[in-house]
Ligand binder design. Sequence first.
Ligand SMILES: C[S@@+](CC[C@H](N)C(=O)[O-])C[C@H]1O[C@@H](n2cnc3c(N)ncnc32)[C@H](O)[C@@H]1O
Length: 181
Amino acid sequence: MCAALVKIRQTGAIVPSQRFLITRMIAPVPETYKGRILELGAGNGALTLQLAARCPEAQILACEINPVLARKTRDNLDRAGINGRVKVISDSAEHLLSEMRRRDLEKLEYVLSGIPLGNLPGERTQALIDAISQALRPGGMYIQFQYSLIDRKRIRSRFRLLRTVPVLLNFPPAVVYHAQR
Ligand SMILES: C[S@@+](CC[C@H](N)C(=O)[O-])C[C@H]1O[C@@H](n2cnc3c(N)ncnc32)[C@H](O)[C@@H]1O
């Protein structure tokens, strides 16, 4: 809560996502998935933990720009006995994605994000959506939640398919985008 309040625009919320929202976020990833999953804006790990529990054979790379929250996510994973297959790095999504491109790493099938796109300047949001799209393989899925529909058009313009799922039982109510390349 304190870490969220200190950087409220960057954090985008004062409480972690709740179970209805998390369920919608992780539902498209098959329980048997064995590949790599990238999570952007992990916060305190509310979603990371549920994703790790749902997909016990997947390798998860979670990135969080706020070092206090990144540490909290690591602690929460340790407490839940989840280690080894989830790596948490304290870095910006933009930097991580550009490093992945520079190193020509294998493209991803799933990118999940809670980054508050609506709080970023428009050109930065667009650049981030473009970088996410480039990190995905054809058919790969970008899953993003937001508390408004402000960036729906931007996402729609870069992805072949877009499903918008309202989650009214979250506080605050949210939408989840399932965008397929
Ligand atoms: C709305 S919170 C979501 C936290 C968590 N995923 C959840 O569902 O509870 C957004 C998180 O994204 C992080 N964030 C914001 N901008 C970021 C960026 N450019 N790169 C990485 N993380 C970022 C914030 O610090 C914050 O923890």
